[in-house]
Design a protein around this ligand. Structure first.
Ligand code: FCB
Length: 446
């Protein structure tokens, strides 16, 4: 590898969160109900039977959280809007108190010279849209455009970076195929149709955004992983390619080329599962992007399983495993970005999520020592600098997450934060990894 470059001034050094995972205040000041409220209020859906009713209480403690960001030296912050906080039923009459909340947050960020990057949809669909058929009903696309336009109108004078959707493939798959996220459906065909409609909604929202905010920067944040053959054999190489196609091409081809991959994994290609596509859909999906957000957590080493499908193998190259069992392989981000650069038109890249779950604890010295997260951050930022040195146009890195929060179906067990959330007291304690990240930011890299 060449000598790695550091990132230039103007590089976005940030952290990410999502509304349902941190806000709480679930029924305050006119907020409408979202599908995550319904899901978590149903016993047995969340590992530790918790909810996001209070979460990190960010709805009340946002000023303190902005202070934490400033202490970390962040110059950017990615957060999402709770759709039902601003449009309680999902469409129609807006809730001014909800809009004011985000407006105040944006002002506080700008005052600290922290660039806001807003995610419009991080999975918390209003119940009103769910009741009307969720993303299977194409009216959801209109309502999402209406909601996006409301946010552009409200914040577009101050917020330039917009992520339409967070991980549409995960939302479609876990919500409609695996059933572990709301609405808890289990049907492959439905999940692929939902995925398709999400992409159309993305296209519509980008198009609307350009009309409202001519100098806006619009992107999307798919989760992307690197796939490697476990051994250098034709069978393993094929397995790795199949997984690449299934997880990455299936998202990037429609977005960046305007077509689903020609070679589609068999379970997606079957006529009875392939989505219905209306004439203008693919054109809409392929909106020019100002950046591609990349959520990246792991790489997979693959072989051909006895059932014929690609199967994960524990590779000795994996340097660590998170407490959720996610394999850590920093080099994967370099290879992933290089392959994206080679296979698709070059779009600037912003790493919109990257992080590790650990069971952190407060030590007797009052600090939170998390050397495994420090190693993770250093490893990935170094690997990102490698990608940059090799010509990938990387513009920002957002660590997941600013603080420990509600980790969806897992509840509060996994901790991803740079700042520790002491849930009983809601005290924030910057972890040692947060301190290290602050040093890296101050130095402009590693
Ligand atoms: C991503 C989600 C984010 C968080 C991290 C750990 O898939 O976008 O909300 O749950 O994983």
């Amino acid at each position: 590898m060449n000598q790695t470059l550091k990132f230039p001034p103007g590089f976005l050094w940030g952290a990410s969160t999502a509304a349902y995972q941190i806000e709480g205040g679930w029924n305050e000041d006119g907020r409408g109900v979202s599908i995550w409220d319904c899901f978590t209020h149903t016993p047995g859906k969340i590992a530790d039977n918790t909810t996001g009713d209070v979460a990190c209480d960010h709805y009340h403690r946002w000023q303190e959280d902005v202070e934490v960001m400033a202490e970390l030296g962040l110059n950017a912050y990615r957060f999402s809007i709770s759709w039902s906080r601003v449009l309680p039923t999902g469409y129609g009459k807006h809730n001014q108190a909800g809009l004011d909340f985000y407006s105040r947050l944006v002002d506080a960020l700008l005052e600290k010279k922290i660039t806001p990057l807003i995610t419009l949809y991080h999975w918390d669909l209003p119940r009103g849209v769910q009741d009307a058929g969720s993303w299977l009903n194409r009216r959801a696309i209109d309502w999402f455009t209406e909601y996006s336009s409301l946010m552009y109108r409200t914040l577009g004078d101050r917020v330039k970076y917009w992520v339409t959707l967070n991980e549409p493939s995960v939302c479609a798959n876990l919500g409609f195929n695996e059933g572990t996220h709301p609405p808890g459906a289990r049907d492959k065909a439905t999940s692929l149709q939902v995925f398709h409609h999400l992409l159309v909604a993305h296209g519509r929202a980008v198009r609307a955004g350009r009309a409202f905010i001519p100098d806006g920067k619009f992107g999307i944040a798919p989760v992307l992983m690197m796939t490697y053959p476990a051994a250098d054999t034709p069978a393993d190489r094929e397995a790795a390619e199949e997984m690449w196609l299934d997880s990455n091409s299936y998202q990037l081809d429609p977005l960046l080329r305007g077509a689903y991959p020609e070679k589609i994994p068999t379970d997606k290609a079957r006529a009875d599962t392939f989505p219905t596509i209306l004439p203008d859909d693919m054109e809409l999906i392929k909106q020019p992007l100002d950046f591609l957000g990349v959520n990246h957590y792991f790489s997979f080493f693959l072989t051909r399983g006895s059932d014929g499908k690609p199967q994960f193998v524990r590779s000795e190259k994996v340097t660590a495993v998170s407490d959720l069992g996610w394999p850590v392989y920093p080099r994967g981000i370099t290879d992933l970005l290089l392959r994206i650069k080679n296979e698709y038109v070059t779009v600037p890249i912003i790493i919109t999520e990257n992080g590790i779950s650990l069971r952190d604890e407060i030590a007797s010295d009052g600090k939170v020592h998390d050397p495994r997260r420090i190693a993770y951050i250093k490893g990935f930022i170094t690997a990102l600098q490698d990608a940059f040195s090799l010509g990938v146009d990387v513009r920002g890195y957002f660590h997941w997450s600013l603080m420990d929060n509600f980790e969806w179906a897992y509840g509060y067990g996994p901790r991803f934060g740079l700042s520790y959330t002491d849930y009983p007291t809601q005290r924030r304690i910057i972890k040692e990894s947060g301190r290290e990240y602050a040093r890296i930011i101050a130095a402009g890299g590693i």
